[in-house]
Design a binder for this molecule. Structure first.
Ligand code: GLA
Length: 709
């Protein structure tokens, strides 16, 4: 029996199948979380499902860490408890996201196959007693994980409660790279497939440097700790290899499941954002539905901006299709240095931001707080304090509110701006001996995103080789590694009328971490009208002032900005100088430039400006790109989802003052608040810390009538 899910044949890059529209069947927004009832006596389960119903829970993720229970000895299975659990959930109309437990192999596995344990770069063999997978290159692990996945798929693959398969858990965490002999052998095989001849590897890695030339394949190893810096091209290839090995583990399980359970979508939970180990552009093509986990960075008081970035990145790797928020937290987590609790309303703001940016499922880690183990201080939907708690009341209220958003499911987000994002470039830039310890692709990506967020613009992340023609503006905050193909793509984008803004330390190396010939940034010379003759990084705390005649956004007056971390000695080749360094090592040289190329323009900014100082730069670039920000209060987050007959405005107020969103001419100035049921005319107000979801029918006459309240 199917769960109502149909596989729509949407063309993707590699022709793999991908569902469109309602990604989880014909239900509304899915709501729930990880459910680990095996940690509790079965008497508790009945109470759990009753409370789930009370909270509006309709989907739970189960079995994610249950390998030791499901297969207590190799090849001996015990599914009794899981049978009873799935029947109980089904009887209460709660659908199941069934995990394969392969993120945590049992003790018997490591006892039987000790050589499958992961070895760190420093040479430490990791022990048992925590979680974390075996070597992804181990054939024994591959066999055992496929076997348990296949058993689960055979037993539950046709169950009517089954909505989704959840393979593994967060590939790439807590460990990704493995430096064991098993991994080394697999790495050599991978390199042979990539390069064919050893001479090609020697060329790609530049092994004549420091006398590293290889004469035998057997001498090529993993880039473990060595007396000094290890060959960066070798390390970059090892990062690619690791990604491929993890992905192969996923694909092996996925295919085993698909053979037994062809009508149920299969996913794995990503960690879009901070986790650099897996290239989600590649992974997203292999899942039926993209799913993501997100946790706020507690130390960051504006963590909701990072949340928005992660949600936009998730939607982007999903090629714009709706996605599943597989995990977030109701309140504090337990693994950061200071686990700040979410304050009243914050959980709902977080959840609605995810929905606004494309999530059709809102799930948490976890349903009921654990009494034992490493995560007992992590928040839950049902906290240790029980149902007489603020968290529980907010969980129930959120479930009720999301229950009113059925029609939003399947609608899509559109963006005018693309932010370039490339995991391979991040892997390469993160290696040692870069020109400054203060270079950070993450910091630059977040700062530019923050600026765009504050300006109320919706952003897609895009791979530098992707089709960018739909965007008015493309921002490249950190494109250290830029292939020739990507540079040509960006140059074509500008020639065809696009506006490109590039930040420093971009276009520096090719796919082997080898410097592009012709000066730094040479592949972008046509688009930007310049190259960089020499990097001029600044000392810690040192600043450089920029003078911008006519830069004052309130008129044509002069503007002075202050940068730090970096400056460049730029060689102009057609670009006009917009702002000039007033001091620092590049004094008198260009700081901000604009180049006309074909029908478009390429801008280059060669220093680090914080999100505040980026405002006038982006304002000028927006004008060039024909983008007019809505001019709403900075802490009011407004995102739109577009459905068949309507547009949904999701407004989240992070500020301390009420804020108003004008409807403009859309829907003839009429709209409906989906949560309160009230009619909205011309504008609506969002209370401090509040959330509203408003439907504007494409034709006001089509608006579904709502009861006045
Ligand atoms: C991750 C894991 C979960 C849990 C949470 C806690 O996202 O997938 O199993 O450990 O973190 O925040």
């Amino acid at each position: 029996m199917s769960s109502g899910f149909t596989l729509a044949p949407v063309p993707t890059l590699d022709g793999s199948r991908a569902p469109q529209g309602r990604v989880l069947g014909d239900r509304g927004i899915s709501y729930g979380g990880d459910y680990n009832p095996e940690q509790w006596p079965e008497e508790v389960w009945a109470q759990d499902v009753a409370l789930m119903r009370e909270a509006g829970v309709n989907l739970v993720s189960i079995g994610i860490f249950s390998w030791a229970l499901l297969e207590p000895r190799q090849g001996a299975y015990d599914f009794g408890w899981l049978d009873r659990l799935i029947e109980l959930l089904h009887a209460h109309d709660i659908r199941v996201d069934l995990g394969t437990p392969t993120a945590s192999p049992p003790a018997w596995f490591f006892a039987a196959y000790p050589h499958t344990r992961v070895v760190t770069r420093e040479g430490t063999t990791l022990g048992f007693g925590s979680r974390g997978m075996a070597s992804p290159s181990s054939p024994e692990y591959r066999r055992a994980s496929v076997a348990i996945a296949q058993q689960l798929a055979r037993r539950y693959g046709q169950h009517p409660a089954l909505a989704l398969w959840h393979v593994h858990n967060e590939y790439g965490a807590p460990v990704s790279e493995d430096y064991s002999p098993t991994s080394a052998a697999a790495f050599r095989t991978w390199l042979q497939a990539r390069y064919g001849a050893l001479s090609a590897l020697n060329d790609a890695w530049g092994t004549t440097f420091w006398g590293q030339r290889y004469g035998e394949w057997e001498h090529v190893g993993v880039p473990a700790v060595a007396p000094s810096v290890v060959n960066p091209a070798q390390r970059l290839d090892f990062a690619r290899f690791t990604n491929d090995q993890l992905l192969a583990c996923f694909i092996a399980e996925r295919d085993a499941i698909r053979a037994e359970s062809p009508h149920v979508p299969i996913t794995t939970n990503f960690m879009a954002g901070p986790c650099p180990a897996v290239d989600l552009w590649r992974w997203a093509r292999e899942v039926d539905i993209v799913a993501n986990d997100h946790y706020l960075t507690a130390a960051d008081e504006r963590g909701h901006v990072g949340l928005a970035l992660a949600a936009d990145l998730t939607r982007s790797v999903a090629a714009g299709r709706p996605w599943v928020l597989m995990e977030h937290s109701t309140s504090g987590v337990n693994w950061q240095p200071r686990n700040v609790a979410k304050r009243a309303g914050e959980m709902a703001r977080n959840a609605f931001t995810h929905v606004g940016r494309g999530a059709d499922a809102v799930l948490f880690f976890q349903w009921r707080a654990s009494r034992s183990g490493a995560e007992k201080f992590h928040s839950a939907m049902l906290p240790h304090a029980g149902t007489s708690s603020r968290v529980w009341r907010e969980v129930c209220a959120l479930g009720a509110d999301l229950g009113r958003l059925d029609e939003v499911v399947g609608s899509e987000v559109r963006a005018d701006v693309a932010l370039l994002w490339d995991w391979e470039s991040f892997w390469a830039q993160d290696l040692e001996w870069r020109p400054s310890a203060d270079l950070s692709h993450r910091e630059r990506s977040e700062a530019f995103y923050d600026r765009l967020w504050r300006d109320g613009l919706t952003v897609d992340m895009a791979h530098p080789e992707a089709d960018l023609s739909a965007y008015r503006l493309v921002v490249a905050p950190a494109s250290y590694l830029l292939t020739q193909a990507a540079a040509e793509n960006l140059t074509r984008y500008v020639a065809d009328g696009g506006t490109l803004l590039v930040s420093y330390f971009s276009g520096i190396v090719d796919e082997h971490d080898a410097v592009h010939p012709g000066g730094f940034g040479a592949p972008l010379r046509d688009a930007l009208g310049l190259t960089v003759e020499e990097f001029l990084p600044l000392r810690a705390g040192e600043q450089a002032r920029l003078g911008w005649p006519g830069g004052d956004p309130s008129g044509d007056g002069p503007l002075e900005l202050v940068g730090d971390v970096w400056t460049d000695d730029v060689t102009l080749d057609g670009a006009e100088v917009v702002a000039t360094y007033l001091d620092g090592p590049a004094a008198g040289g260009p700081a901000l430039t604009r180049n006309t190329h074909g029908a478009g323009a390429g801008w280059y900014l060669s220093t680090r400006l914080d999100a505040e100082a980026l405002a006038p730069v982006l304002a000028a670039v927006y004008r060039d790109a024909g983008i007019t920000p809505a001019g709403l209060p900075e802490e009011l987050e407004v995102v739109r989802r577009h459905g068949a007959g309507a547009e949904y405005v999701i407004a989240v107020n992070h500020g301390e003052a009420a804020a108003t969103v004008p409807l403009g001419g859309a829907g003839q100035g009429l709209a409906d608040d989906l949560i309160s049921g009230q009619r909205v005319e011309h504008a609506f107000t969002v209370a401090p810390g509040g959330v509203r979801v408003v439907r504007i029918a494409h034709d006001a006459d089509d608006a579904a009538p709502t009861a006045p309240s």
